[in-house]
Design a protein around this ligand. Structure first.
Ligand SMILES: Nc1ncnc2c1ncn2[C@@H]1O[C@H](COP(=O)(O)OP(=O)(O)OP(=O)(O)O)[C@@H](O)[C@H]1O
Ligand SMILES: [Mg+2]
Length: 585
């Protein structure tokens, strides 16, 4: 059964109250975290509150101690004077003709009580006749008070010893209209005439006036404290504003500079520290702008140069190629040395042509002219196709190549670019496999498709998993210069992967081989978060340290993530940060 509306309403307030309290608290915490101004104001307020509370406490305790002391002095003096007056009157009086001492004592005390004013400044309590043995007489008082208003200790002192005695007490009135409160009780023993026995006479002085004065002082202190706090908060806010406003301005300008608006500058007003800060900031921005422009110009020039040279070389290369083809075809008719030269010429021209093609491709990436031509790509089929195409090379170097895939893996991608990436990865693996097995692993999940090429050959030394993606980087340039590639393959592959919003990452360890993993989002617009294939191969022993893993993604030896080998340069293209290896699988 559900609770009736009335009950539901009854359980609501705590929740809403909590919400009511939590929201402002969160706002304060948030303000504390993000705003320097709020932090200064809150700190000043907190410290101000502590200082003010301490001074208020000191002031109030001193005022109340002073008030109580003077009240005690005056009460004791007044009570003692009254006691001796009553005793003198009693000594002079005679009870002859009266029915006893009681009426006489009562009358005298009555006359004392009548002087207390209205509302009465004190209460007169008469107890007696009393005896030292403990026998108590009747208690009479000018105003009805509770018996505990005269503490038992005081009563004992008065009964047992002569003189005037006092103590602090709580004066509790029988009348509900009058508030109980602290006070002082003074007492003495009176001797009635004509052997009429002894009486105990007490004066009770409530601290009403003192309490009122302390209350007034406390209220004034609180009010002035609050006003002072508001004033301090206002002053702190104003003062920090003067410092924080230029700092905020500098932050905004710095953000705009970082976003590429290099002409943004701070306004310089006056000659103070903040003006000098603005001046230095502007000088820094100008210096940065000049350097960035210079570098941009240089880089543009370099790219233009590479692009122009590559284009210019194409035409003569075509001519040379045709001539070389003729020579190559006719090499049978040459003497052996000339025939060999024709063959060498042909091989070097192949390399030259491939270098030129790569350079032109890189120029296209640099110019931001690379565009994706998307189609449905069957990654498993493509892997088989690439492996089959390189089967002859593999057999020549005695390497077995295997495609490992559980199911068909299709994704939307640019088939030409993906094929180029896989071709380079497989060719690299075959070149570094040292006659050991190479596997091409393909896997997919809901968000991403991945292809990894695993070899058990040379492996990568620490740091090389990032370096391999640099242009023209080769582990062994001497070997590469004579027979190997150009060192542009992985740089182009990384550009291709990033053009898809994907990752290309490397892992390697000397002696354990390496693994290069391409991860592509199922939809080009999706952000990649994880890959279906672990970057660090699962065929390694569990728990052993691994050497290097990155595409500029991060190293597995605890070093912080390194940035991508080259930042993406294409407008609107995402470059998701690949996860640290070993964390994701
Ligand atoms: N599987 C691998 N094992 C060990 N080192 C590798 C592997 N793949 C790449 N490398 C290293 O990275 C370097 C760069 O590779 P990249 O593919 O960019 O250039 P390349 O293969 O030398 O030339 P090409 O431009 O023809 O591909 C290689 O020269 C090699 O030193
Ligand atoms: Mg290569």
């Amino acid at each position: 059964m559900t609770a009736p509306p009335a009950e539901a309403a009854r359980t609501d307030p705590p929740a809403s109250l909590r919400r009511l309290l939590v929201a402002p608290l969160r706002a304060v915490v948030m303000a504390w975290q993000v705003s320097l101004q709020a932090r200064v104001v809150l700190t000043t307020l907190a410290l101000g509150a502590v200082v003010l509370s301490l001074s208020a406490w000191l002031l109030l305790s001193q005022v109340s101690a002073g008030l109580v002391d003077s009240k005690r002095e005056s009460s004791l003096a007044q009570a003692e004077a009254a006691f001796s007056e009553v005793q003198e009157d009693l000594d002079a009086a005679s009870t002859v003709g009266e029915s006893g001492t009681d009426p006489l004592v009562t009358r005298l005390v009555g006359s004392l009580a009548s002087r207390s004013g209205s509302p009465s400044a004190y209460v007169v309590v008469l107890v007696g006749p009393i005896s030292e043995g403990g026998g108590e007489g009747v208690t009479r008082s000018s105003i009805q008070v509770e018996p505990q208003s005269v503490p038992q200790d005081l009563q004992d002192e008065v009964r047992l010893r002569p003189g005037t005695w006092w103590t602090y007490t709580t004066v509790a009135f029988a009348d509900a209209d009058r508030r109980d409160g602290p006070g002082i009780a003074v007492g003495t023993r009176l001797q009635a005439p004509d052997e009429g026995g002894e009486y105990a006479l007490y004066y009770l002085y409530p601290f009403d006036e003192q309490e009122q004065t302390i209350g007034l002082v406390a209220r004034s202190v609180l009010l002035s404290g609050l006003l002072l706090m508001a004033l301090v908060a206002g002053v702190a806010w104003l003062v920090t504003r003067q410092v924080v406003t230029p700092v905020r301005l500098a932050r905004r300008i710095a953000e705009r500079l970082a976003a590429g608006r290099l002409e943004e500058r701070m306004q310089v007003r006056g000659k103070d520290d903040l003006a000098r800060l603005a001046q230095s900031f502007n000088q820094m921005a100008t210096g940065l702008q000049r350097q960035i422009r210079q570098l941009e110009g240089l880089s543009r020039l370099q790219r233009r140069f590479v692009s122009d040279v590559s284009h210019e070389l194409r035409t003569p290369l075509t001519t040379v190629r045709m001539a070389a083809d003729v020579l190559h075809d006719a090499r049978g008719a040459f003497d052996p040395a000339t025939g060999r030269s024709a063959e060498l010429l042909q091989a070097e021209l192949d390399r030259f042509e491939s270098l030129l093609t790569d350079l032109l491709e890189i120029s296209r990436f640099d110019a931001g002219a690379a565009r994706l031509e998307l189609a449905e790509v069957d990654l498993v089929g493509l892997a088989h196709q690439v492996v089959d195409a390189q089967r002859a090379v593999a057999e020549r170097s005695g390497v077995g190549v295997r495609v490992v895939a559980d199911a068909a893996v299709t994704t939307l991608a640019d088939p030409r670019r993906i094929e180029r990436i896989v071709r380079n990865l497989v060719a690299n693996a075959l070149a570094h496999a040292h006659s050991r097995q190479v596997q091409v692993i393909v896997a997919v999940d809901e968000h991403a498709a991945a292809l990894a090429v695993r070899d058990h050959g040379t492996g990568l030394r620490p740091g090389e998993a990032t370096l391999v993606f640099n242009r023209f980087w080769r582990a062994d340039p001497a070997r590469a210069r004579s027979g190997g590639g150009t060192g542009l393959g992985l740089a182009i592959a990384l550009e291709d992967a990033q053009l898809h919003g994907g990752w290309l990452q490397a892992w390697g360890e000397p002696g354990s081989g390496s693994q290069f993993r391409l991860t592509l989002p199922r939809r080009v617009s999706d952000d990649l978060r994880r890959s279906p294939i672990p970057l660090v191969p699962t065929d390694l022993g569990v728990g052993r340290p691994y050497a290097t893993a990155a595409n500029g993604a991060g190293t597995s030896d605890g070093a912080p993530p390194t940035p991508p080998a080259r930042p993406p340069r294409h407008a609107g293209r995402k470059s998701p940060a690949p996860p640290r290896p070993g964390v994701h699988s």
